[in-house]
Design a binder for this molecule. Structure first.
Ligand SMILES: [Zn+2]
Length: 224
């Protein structure tokens, strides 16, 4: 008993960046080592789990690569760590268990895409299905907490969102000085910027994305 206590005290006393928080919940703690191959079928599917931080819409359409699924679960957990009063994240379609075409989507075929709910005022998420969020209704702080968690993983290829909502979010990031102009320019390239498809870690404007975020993770090109 005493020895266990002494070890605990000794560990807590170790120098480090998080002395006051021995369990560092500000980190995503991702384990999957490498991105899936581009254009590869979904051969090792994992399913998004319902957790206290996350509510999945449809278990049969909640399959993806580990690279994507653990990121969604970790990002949902981190948003709730930062904002305990936020609703659980509402997670819509990923892919079918073994991938392939999914009705209603052009992508979502290989476990690299996910549709995720937006936070409206007071950190609310939809409960049963996506709901349109007008720019004036967007909860910028919580939405940014989610985007920041996703982007900081280094796994994001692109996140698609309605341009009006992006504009609202960027105004908030500027006003609160959360990001510098250089960071804003890097993460939110202007519409029509050249060679956007070559870039990673960006948030892009897209039609039909006023009620959800479309998240796509990176992949590795097969060696030629
Ligand atoms: Zn989508």
């Amino acid at each position: 008993m005493w020895s266990a206590l002494l070890v605990t005290v000794a560990l807590a006393g170790l120098p480090g960046p998080h002395d006051d928080d021995p369990v560092d919940r500000t980190q995503l703690r991702l384990r999957t080592a490498s991105a899936p191959r581009c254009k590869a079928p979904l051969t090792h599917p994992v399913q998004v789990r319902d957790t206290p931080h996350l509510h999945r819409a449809n278990p049969g359409r909640s399959w993806g690569t580990p690279w994507l699924v653990e990121l969604i679960e970790a990002a949902a957990r981190q948003v709730r760590y930062r904002h305990p009063d936020a609703d659980p994240l509402f997670v819509g379609d990923l892919s079918h268990k073994w991938g392939g075409p999914m009705y209603g989507h052009r992508q979502h075929r290989d476990g690299r895409d996910a549709d995720i709910g937006l936070y409206s005022a007071d950190r609310r998420q939809p409960e049963h299905g996506f709901e349109r969020v007008w720019p004036s209704q967007l909860d910028e702080e919580t939405t940014w907490a989610l985007l920041d968690a996703l982007l900081s993983s280094g796994r994001i290829k692109a996140i698609l969102l309605d341009q009006g909502l992006i504009n609202r979010l960027v105004t908030w990031l500027r006003e609160t000085e959360t990001l510098s102009e250089a960071e804003i320019a890097e993460i939110f390239p202007r519409p029509g910027a050249p060679r956007l498809w070559e870039r990673s870690g960006i948030v892009r404007g897209a039609r039909n994305h006023a009620d959800h975020l479309h998240v796509q993770v990176t992949c590795t090109q097969p060696e030629s």
